[in-house]
Design a protein around this ligand. Structure first.
Ligand SMILES: [Fe+2]
Length: 212
């Protein structure tokens, strides 16, 4: 019933939130993420389902039976290897430390867009990591109670798990490429292991936070 242009990642990315639409054009090269986690409804691309909290890269297709989805249009247009683009990203989006005030975020090369709230219960933002192999810092708790996953937008990254608040206790990781959302890290009680995002290349990723 709506296709809404979101402002949060402008002017770098064009992101549309689509809810309750029988079909929606994805022109050019786009990322499509199915956000219908609470309803568990797949969306369809040429008759093939994309399940909730999964994403994909498409070009010039019609996305069908959308309960809730995000479309990042012309997603690979921005030149992340252009120093002027990097300068603009760093000056437009606040550093992770400026946003969180957390000591563990001091000095890390992470820059976050403002957040957008969609569908009444889901918050998203984009985060630019300007350096390769840059960890975000292990954590187990968040600033509020939400179900968290991460989607890759540009470049490559990974999500890692640790036994303790110590990277030497690493035991599992999932690599992320554009269009990929990692599997859930939280259990049924909403508890997380120690975990962190780490860039592999300079990259952009999207935290997805769904109210519990
Ligand atoms: Fe987290």
């Amino acid at each position: 019933m709506s296709i809404q242009r979101l402002e949060f990642a402008e002017p770098f990315f064009q992101v549309d939130y689509v809810e309750g639409e029988a079909s929606c054009a994805a022109s050019g090269r786009c990322l499509v993420f199915n956000l219908a986690e609470r309803s568990q409804k797949p969306l369809y691309i040429k008759g093939i389902p994309v399940m909730p909290l999964k994403g994909t890269v498409v070009e010039d297709v019609t996305v069908e039976h959308i309960d809730r989805a995000l479309i990042v249009r012309d997603y690979d247009r921005l030149r992340l290897d252009d120093p002027e683009v990097v300068r603009q990203l760093k000056s437009t989006w606040k550093s992770m430390y400026e946003r969180s005030g957390l000591e563990r975020h001091k000095g890390i090369p992470y820059y976050k867009s403002p957040k957008a709230r969609v569908g009444g219960d889901t918050e998203i933002n984009f985060c630019f990591v300007s350096e390769p192999m840059a960890p975000s810092g292990p954590h187990r708790d968040h600033d509020r109670d939400f179900d968290e996953v991460h989607a890759q937008i540009r470049g490559f990254g990974k999500m890692q798990k640790f036994e303790e608040n110590d990277v030497s206790t690493f035991y599992q990781e999932t690599f992320l490429a554009p269009g990929i959302i990692h599997e859930k890290f939280y259990n049924e009680a909403g508890e997380y292991p120690w975990h962190q995002y780490q860039s592999v290349t300079p990259c952009v990723y999207m935290p997805i936070e769904i109210d519990r």
